[in-house]
Design a protein around this ligand. Sequence first.
Ligand code: SAH
Length: 247
Amino acid sequence: MEVCSLARNLCFSLFSTHKQFQSGTGSSGKRGMVENLKRYGVISSKRVAQVMEALDRGLFVPVGSSAYVDTPVPIGYNATISAPHMHATCLQLLEDKLHPGMRALDVGSGTGYLTGCFALMVGAEGRVVGVDHIPELVDMSIKNIEKSVAASFLKKGSLSLHVGDGRKGWQEFAPYDAIHVGAAASEIPQPLLDQLKPGGRMVIPLGTYFQELKVIDKNEDGSIKVHTETSVRYVPLTSRVEQLGGF
Ligand code: SAH
């Protein structure tokens, strides 16, 4: 999935080139990543900074790839893990719906990185569900989480990852305070709107070639308010056959 505000991308690629921001693993790498996202104004929230520092992106990218550079990384199956600035942006947009005890759905959960961040934010009293339609990615995401600080949530059952068509959401734990969609839809899937709690928020990239990150708030009376956050570039929210065939 992914990608982003072009201006920010440019800014980050320049930074990466000049400061060798991409080198390093472990805590200095992830701390450096978060520090740079703060410096460039992407992260303003202390909670989001803390959670992205706590959950090591290095455990979620394929071995040998640059975990802490601000760029998406291929993860196989024609998918990518989003760039850190997109994860940060989505976490901040959803932050108010990710307080302890709240419920979140991550559609197109891929590596499980963002799903893991949600779990850290809503805690053991909350409920986080990740859904991806590629079984191998779901298996991989479970292994990634098991190695991470989010492992206990998986073990105790407040976090789960499932194989399924995310366009249908995941009814079992609905309604959700927060829904994140990590792949671009041509239109907002109705089941996701239905599974959003009144007072809840969904963040979803919409469009085909030209895409925009939309923020959808469901009011208490069930009506919907939509605003556009930024231009983005994600892989499509599609069928498994289309994705494996290269779209
Ligand atoms: N948020 C993930 C993004 C992965 S890329 C991460 O940063 O790691 C987008 C993901 O959406 C891919 O893993 C892809 O398999 C998944 N996807 C695309 N269409 C889907 C669908 N209809 N149902 C479920 N997952 C889907």
